[in-house]
Design a protein around this ligand. Structure first.
Ligand code: PHE
Length: 491
């Protein structure tokens, strides 16, 4: 048996895990949710879910990976052979995510070039949809491939490949730059943002609570899925990363630190985004709530516009898109690592470079569908279904497997043996009872919502092909895999 690779140091492991957690979800998804669901009041469900769901689950994933010294498939396979499918479904879901995440990064890459001349002009919306995406009128017509995006996508995948090609050895070096750099850029943009006229109005909008929103169940389910997404849970990433640590490494303190840093950055990103929107609202006369509600368009439509109003616009625009791409890259390659780890556990004779190459080429090829003229629609649907169904189901199966089959008490004993901070019995209660109930609730409310009204009113065929079918294939393949798996107990 080959010796398992190791992180060069504890701090580099923390950098890599923070790098995975902190991504587009912090700077773009979180502020948008906060704006949509009651400003400051969204922080209440968000923080509650961080403590009830996020931190306990991160502790669990770290513990499982570190204890078993294997990626997600092997770790669950070690609990019971037939459970290996749980790990596989997480990794396959992550694979779908990285195939479109890389496409969003390729837009960022193009926008770095556009920033130099503020090429988007006055109508940033028209520019994004027509000139960049060549978006088709409806989801029914796939059109052609946008060549510019395709080239950018090749570059993005080359960057991802060279970050991971030697596994944790190369990841350990790359994260030294890709973790801190975007945070520094975010702070520069924060200072720029809060010193603009009108910034205060934006910040008030961000922080002023609308307590009525708390009565809306949708807010709570949005907070839950955001916590899942932002901490990169259930994709097998944190399990894979932890498996490259020594069995005696500290778990609880690392998980708590990473979670708090990640949410801290989301909250800071909120200040940056809303202060800039406050300025834009002052300049353009458009209401802040309208600007904030633009959702995914925030980064490519509202922000380019806002930044072009600021003095030294090209400079700040370049900073913004360099920030997005460096934010995204370590999240993207963490997904590749989760998959490569699983393959490498199974086929130790394959060279790591080759495994990384296969995963990257395959990810690139899958992503091509999202570079077509209808790509944004497909991306939106795939994202909705993977994050709202596949992940929640994987998360649920994970806690049930650990809580009831492996034994939450046994895992807690292990965590407390190696950790500086000791966790109490409450953790077992959360893993065995409370988190499963919350996840079932999340699943039921989303299914109910999607049945009452098809997601974003997309046609049924599109929701089926890019949504349900993707989820069915991911879960079905894992189920079949499980069925044929043997019990390979090693620990
Ligand atoms: N956690 C990342 C973010 O917030 C997203 C991500 C999800 C990264 C899943 C990897 C895997 O943007």
């Amino acid at each position: 048996m080959l010796k398992r690779e190791r992180w060069p140091s504890k701090i580099i492991f923390i950098f890599a895990a923070v790098g995975s957690a902190v991504g587009l979800g912090n700077v773009w998804r979180f502020p948008y949710l906060a704006g949509k669901y009651g400003g400051g009041a969204f922080l209440i469900p968000y923080l509650l879910m961080l403590f009830i769901l996020g931190i306990p689950l991160l502790i669990m994933e770290f513990a499982i990976g570190q204890k078993m010294q294997l990626g997600a498939v092997g770790s669950f396979g070690n609990i019971k052979g037939k459970l290996s499918g749980i790990g596989l479904s997480g990794v396959l879901s992550g694979f779908v995510v990285v195939s479109y995440y890389a496409v969003v990064m390729s837009w960022c890459l193009l926008y770095i070039i556009y920033s130099l001349t503020l090429k988007w002009g006055d109508n940033t919306k028209e520019f994004f949809f027509s000139n960049v995406l060549h978006m088709s009128e409806s989801v029914d017509s796939i059109g052609f491939i946008s060549v510019g995006i395709l080239f950018a996508l090749i570059l993005v995948w080359a960057m991802i490949y060279f970050s991971v090609w030697k596994g944790v050895k190369s990841v350990g070096k790359v994260v030294l730059v890709t973790m801190p750099l975007p945070i520094i850029l975010l702070l520069i943009l924060l200072i720029r943002g809060v010193t603009l006229p009108g910034a205060m109005d934006g910040i008030i909008f961000y922080l002023k609570p609308n307590f009525e929103a708390l009565l809306d169940l949708e807010v709570w389910s949005a907070a839950m899925s955001q916590i899942f997404f932002t901490l990169s849970l259930a994709f097998g990433i944190m399990i894979a990363y932890a498996s490259y640590r020594h069995v005696e490494s500290d778990i609880a303190k690392s998980a708590i630190t990473i979670s708090l840093v990640n949410s801290g950055i989301s909250i800071i990103a909120g200040f940056t985004v809303f202060s800039t929107l406050g300025y834009m609202s002052l300049k353009s006369g458009v209401d802040i709530s309208e600007l904030a509600a633009s959702g995914p368009a925030l980064a490519f439509i509202v922000f380019p516009k806002a930044l072009s109003l600021v003095p030294f616009a090209p400079f700040f625009a370049v900073l913004f898109f360099v920030m997005l791409i460096t934010l995204g890259i370590d999240s993207a390659f963490s997904l590749v690592e989760a998959a490569s780890t699983v393959i490498s556990d199974r086929c130790p004779h394959l060279r790591r470079q080759d495994i990384s190459l296969y995963v990257c080429v395959f990810g690139f090829l899958t992503g091509i569908i999202f570079t077509t003229f209808a790509g944004l629609h497909y991306l939106d649907i795939a994202d909705h279904f993977i994050t709202n169904y596949a992940l929640v189901i994987v998360g649920l199966l994970e806690v049930l497997a650990v809580g009831w089959l492996y034994g939450a008490d046994k895992l807690r004993d292990y965590i407390n043996k190696v950790s500086d901070i000791k966790i109490g019995k409450w953790w077992e209660v959360l893993i065995k009872y409370i988190i499963p109930v919350f996840l079932v609730f999340l699943l039921v409310t989303t299914i109910h919502r999607d049945i009452m009204r098809p997601y974003e009113d997309y046609p049924h065929w599109a929701l089926f092909v890019f949504g349900w079918l993707v989820v069915i294939v991911v879960l079905g393949a894992s189920f079949i895999f499980s069925y044929f798996s043997k019990h390979e107990h090693r620990k």
